[in-house]
Design a protein around this ligand. Sequence first.
Ligand code: HEM
Length: 530
Amino acid sequence: MEFFHKAASLSALSPSWITHNIGLAFVSLAVLYAISRAIYQSLLSPLSAIPGPWYAAISDFWITTHVLRLQQCKTNHRLFEEYGPVVRVGPNKVIFKDITSMRSIYSVHKFDKSKFYKSLLTNENDHAMTTLDHAGHAVRRKGYASHYTPTNLALFQPEVCEHTMELITALEHVGGKHSLDCLALFRHHTVDVIISSSHGYRQGALSKCIVGAVDPVATAISDFPKRGIIRSTVPSWVWDLICRIPNNRWRQICDSDKIMGEFVGARVYEMRAQESMGKLGDSEKITLLQRLLQYKYSPNQQMPDHDIISEMMGHMIAGSDTTSNSLSYFFWELSRRQDIMEKLHAELDQAMPDRHVVPDITILQKLPYLNAFIKEVSWQGLRLYGAAPSDLERVVPSSIAKNGATNEPFDLMGYALPPGTIVATQSWSMHRDSTLFPSPDTFLPDRWLQGPDTVTKMSQYLVPFGTGSRMCGGMNLAYLMLRITVAAVVRNFNIVAPPETNERSMEIKDAFVIFPAAMECKLTFHPRNY
Ligand code: HEM
């Protein structure tokens, strides 16, 4: 009998029995861990008092699905409507919609950025936008900031006008015979403007686009954010696998960083060569690239070429699709609003007697209706179509107390947030606050022609270019391009949307930068009868 018992227990300890039970133990432990983590996150974590959906509190999975569905802004906006101005959207992430907290986080305490921005590294290296810490960023910003002052940009106004007239000529050539995809058209236009003002180089992207040819740099610039979003949401081994998919279009997206890096690298090399031959001269009009070549991090440390290349790439990416996608939405909105187009025509016919000569920017800045239009959709506004309306993530630091105390929680509208918490606001929701902007989803330039008190109040909520020390570095160049392009195109054309461009095709999707659901915006530009 005893013999049979021993035999039975030995067979129970067979290798398959052991493997099976170890597996079971691991699974049970993992389930136990997940349950205790979920209980901790939803009931015991310092963030558990903050309103929000329970499933968002226990895992980042839910919000990530909305990021991947390109609907982060709308999802956050719905959460604000349901839960109020502070919402927990992840185990460690809180979003808010409040002007005082916004100032405190972005302008007063200048919190460092979150790791999300590392998905936008260029040339596998930092540039101003991706430098997380405040001190490191200040050094980067000092190098480029003077390029974008209004006085310096005024020197580049002739280039902006010249490229804009090239656009007008191309549209005249088509003569309204068929529609054109504005996303592509304006992207190539802004790429030309940015490259000529920052590198002093004629890329000719628009002329390639007009004849249906591909401009590899413009394509790479537009692919880069797609690359960034995939990179930031999948583990690095998945990214490595994705990059091996044998499909040309995929490879283009994966290689977008390399293509831009090679382009900028070649410009750096050329300019260094010209510099060494003394061919650069000492004109007061110097490009961004020249400025960075002369920039020193400290009296003994020149800005290295590697950093210059990344910085230049960062500006090309930050400035192109943002400006061109906003322009596409502006013109689509105009195509639906003949009343607005007529008011603009009347104003511009007077201000721009020669339809092929753009007046000086100082004159354009003074045109009341053009500016109300731009405010509703662009400049301080870019209210409805601000190109980067998503979360601008920051991290609660270990110390904000003046007495140097560390690990103090940060008070966000009555909620104590421990150091390390990710906090963010999104201009999408600030711009659609119905208490300030009645009928928030209606495009209404006239709201900006109300009394000064109302306009000042509305302006405080408008943050399409971000706010504080990390605010958009190229904002003045963006205005310049927006004002000149809108003035020149509207002065010369009536804009009409074909049936395929409609509410559905133009539904806003967001991948940090907004774009239409159809990934195109076809419009017809009919030359005006004179
Ligand atoms: C309509 C057009 C534009 C919009 C809506 C826009 C929006 C923004 C926003 C919201 C940020 C802040 C990101 C953050 O805090 O995380 C930003 C940063 C930046 N933008 Fe723009 N941008 C536009 C055009 C441009 C242009 C034309 C350029 C230059 C060619 C540019 C260069 C930059 C740079 C360099 C930064 C990083 C600033 C820093 O951290 O020092 N942007 N932009």
